[in-house]
Design a protein around this ligand. Structure first.
Ligand code: G4F
Length: 336
């Protein structure tokens, strides 16, 4: 039985990936922060249904020793390093901890694997935010990086570090450069989930307005369940390579808003307040990925389209806020 370790198992991607690995017969281990163990109903809400089938270990991305000890005990076959401070806006507010945690955390995991389990296959959760201010569209693995946020910089450095471990030490270490991927499990601070929650709550009479920033930003939005399948595929190849994962189609924030509110039976124009506080110091205006290498090399393609994604998210939030979602009020918004 293959042994896999996932950092960030309590997040959107970690939870879908854990399900996928369990289905494929893996022994699944997750690294979580101490606080998650203290508040399982909220912090572990995405993995409550599989808690009896995964083993959790508490560690901190800031502590080399804590990560080293877990890897020493487990000697995993595959390691998926997903944990990070992943909210772009917040990275402007706290540049230092974003860059420090994201980069050092990756470095610690890679270094411990090199020392203790050099045969372990390593996946790094890169991001399309590395492209930032793009000179060409769509973006692929050869597009130059020009990140526009401390978060993007931390991910660019992580991709380069992973490449260096591959080239310098011969490790099977790869990065997935994933474009935006969403689902009902998305954290409430990201724009798609903020919109689906607002659409649900307004339609149920629980709120009246939604406050948003730049509505003209365009993103290439796919479904997270499709994207974790690509992560797994990357580690099953003969050769380690980085891959862009994307749908190849962009929509604006306004398109998402319109589709979500229409699904909830609402007209977004009656509820929208454009709020300057949600604008970013440096915006990434448009990202669109070219996943040809993944299509040809991994046999990967997305299965969920834009409208299906929006509808799943809105329907799920209507169920959640009308009391059919299985969580008590207050448990949905914590620790995304
Ligand atoms: O949903 P977002 O916060 O996602 P963003 O910044 O594109 O980053 C996400 O995708 C990346 C992959 O490319 C990941 F690496 C990253 O960790 C994260 O998952 O914002 C999307 C767009 C932005 O242009 C933002 O300016 O929506 C715009 N926006 C407009 N109003 C807003 C809001 N974003 C948020 N979060 N909240 C708003 O009120």
């Amino acid at each position: 039985m293959k042994k896999a370790i996932i950092t960030g198992i309590t997040g959107q991607d970690g939870s879908y990936l854990a399900e996928l690995l369990l289905e494929r017969g893996y022994e699944v281990h997750g690294v979580v922060r101490r606080v998650a163990l203290e508040y399982p109903r909220s912090r572990m809400r995405r993995i409550l249904h599989i808690l009896d089938r995964v083993t959790l270990h508490s560690a901190s991305l800031e502590s080399y020793a804590s990560l080293f000890n877990i890897i020493a005990d487990l000697r995993p076959d595959e390691c998926y390093h997903l944990a990070a401070q992943s909210f772009v806006s917040y990275s402007f507010e706290d540049e230092f901890s974003t860059i420090q945690t994201n980069l050092n955390g990756t470095h610690y995991v890679l270094s411990a694997l090199k020392r203790l389990a050099p045969q372990c296959r390593f996946y790094f959760a890169g991001s399309s935010e590395v492209f930032g201010n793009v000179p060409v569209s769509p973006q692929n693995e050869d597009t130059p990086f020009h990140p526009r946020s401390p978060y993007g910089i931390s991910k660019m450095a992580g991709v380069e570090l992973t490449r260096n471990y591959r080239e310098a030490y011969g490790m099977f270490a790869v990065s997935g450069i994933l474009f935006n991927h969403e689902s009902p499990r998305r954290g409430a601070e990201f724009v798609t989930r903020k919109i689906s929650i607002a659409a649900a709550r307004i339609s149920l009479g629980l709120e009246r307005e939604i406050r948003l920033g730049n509505l003209d930003a365009r993103r290439d939005w796919g479904h997270a369940r499709d994207y974790v399948r690509a992560m797994w595929l990357m580690l099953q190849q003969d050769e380690p390579r980085d891959y862009v994962i994307a749908t190849g189609r962009t929509r604006s924030v306004r398109d998402f808003l319109d589709a979500a509110f229409t699904r909830a039976g609402l007209d977004y124009r009656e509820h929208l307040v454009v709020d300057e506080t949600f604008y970013r110091p440096a915006e990434v205006h448009e990202l669109c990925g070219d996943a040809a290498r993944a299509r040809d090399g991994l046999g990967w393609s997305p299965t969920v389209g834009f409208r299906e994604l929006v509808h799943e998210m809105v329907d799920s939030d209507i169920a959640l806020f009308s009391g059919r979602g299985g969580l008590a009020p207050g448990e949905w918004e914590v620790g995304s």
